[in-house]
Write a protein that binds this ligand. Structure first.
Ligand SMILES: *[C@@H]1O[C@H](CO)[C@@H](O)[C@H](O)[C@H]1NC(C)=O
Ligand SMILES: *[C@@H]1O[C@H](CO)[C@@H](O)[C@H](O)[C@H]1NC(C)=O
Length: 348
């Protein structure tokens, strides 16, 4: 697990290096920071939506200084962490709550359950798809132009911001691999689906560029097939993870990388950086721990409740490396205990 943390740090620093950012303690190294994505980065945009993809209740936020916020984790998200490393004193406000006074430092548009595709996650209820997140960004950018009253200044300003995007998991979990609800798996092979997704994503990233973004980091997808929810739904045939899901996700990641290379080639004044999440989460220990966790869950049939699924996804791919104020090993043990209690105490 220590390696895990180290690797996250290394990846984040490589990203900073690529962005030519020097991390020093003190004032923020960039004037602003914009966050797009799904529940991995959501910090409360879904709180007022009618959706099961919501997390503004305990035990979410148990380790977060502000407590429950709508973050789908016990503590900080990777987006929060990057913000801290960039030198921001405060967490970037959500689009749902931000005021004119604060928009110049950046906005968090991320929404749990959302995807690259508009229909993704619709069975969960309300969510803000990437297209609508971009629309929200358009309105913020327009506001900035209006407030700063100097087109040259605002353009320059927006080009210095950091933009991070982490989306696509739900296009698999809450779309393609829910064949009873969504048509995509009946229409496309995994290969064609990955190609379509990546093409749409590329247009969306170009839109972000058109709205002034120049330093853009794009997170690839993690090992979705290793989440207990997917393991319990599909089985693994003796393997630690659901292989066909990880294979599908790999196709997406492998196609995303060259598309970002193209975006860089066609837009030399911008830097689109691919963050390889798989290489971070493949580190030692994770798979074994997840398997243990999954088997506990299977025994107690705890996977019925949606929020447990979210917890799984977030704890086991992201949370451990995310919040490391505590010893990570100690922490992960604690987590199994917490979940255990939840499983036995909750009635569904
Ligand atoms: C607008 O901003 C640019 C760049 O910061 C600056 O050089 C210029 O003087 C500003 N124009 C006005 C009218 O303030
Ligand atoms: C990400 O990292 C993994 C593990 O190091 C590697 O196998 C994979 O090819 C990388 N993916 C991309 C798209 O570069």
């Amino acid at each position: 697990m220590a390696n895990f943390k180290l690797n996250l740090f290394r990846s984040v620093y490589i990203f900073f290096e690529l962005m030519e950012i020097v991390v020093v303690i003190g004032k923020p190294q960039v004037p602003c920071y914009f966050i797009f994505g799904d529940s991995l980065f959501d910090s409360g945009n879904n709180n007022e939506l009618v959706t099961t993809a919501r997390s503004n209740y305990l035990p979410y936020g148990t380790d977060f200084p502000q407590g429950v916020t709508g973050r789908f984790t016990n503590g900080r998200t990777i987006a929060d962490l990057i913000g801290e490393l960039l030198g921001f004193d405060e967490y970037i406000p959500t689009y749902a709550t931000v005021t004119d006074q604060h928009i110049s430092q950046g906005v968090n548009y991320a929404s749990g359950g959302s995807g690259i595709r508009e229909e993704t996650g619709s069975h969960l209820g309300g969510r803000i798809s990437l297209d609508r997140q971009l629309l929200n960004h358009y309105s913020i950018v327009s506001r900035l132009f209006h407030l700063q009253r100097n087109i040259t200044f605002t353009r320059d300003y927006l080009s210095k911001c950091i933009y991070i995007v982490n989306i696509g998991s739900n296009d698999y979990i809450n779309n393609y691999f829910k064949p009873d609800i969504y048509a995509t798996s009946h229409m496309y092979t995994t290969n064609r689906y990955a190609r379509r997704l990546v093409q749409q994503y590329s247009r969306q990233l170009k839109c972000l560029y058109n709205l002034g973004g120049r330093k853009i980091a794009i997170f690839g997808l993690g090992l979705i097939g290793c989440t207990p929810a997917e393991i319990s739904t599909f089985g693994t045939e003796g393997r630690p993870c659901v292989k066909f899901i990880n294979d599908a996700v790999k196709l997406f990641n492998n196609k995303l990388k060259p598309i970002l290379d193209d975006l860089n080639a066609y837009n030399p004044d911008a830097k689109f950086t691919f963050i390889n999440v798989t290489s971070i989460s493949l580190q030692q220990g994770i798979t074994r721990k997840m398997r243990l966790h999954a088997s506990l869950f299977n025994i107690f049939h705890c996977l019925i409740a949606l929020h447990m699924k979210w917890e799984d996804i977030h704890n086991f791919i992201y949370i451990h490396p995310v919040d490391f104020r505590y010893g990570v090993n100690k922490r992960s043990k604690l987590y199994i205990e917490v979940r255990w209690t939840m499983c036995t105490n909750y009635t569904y």
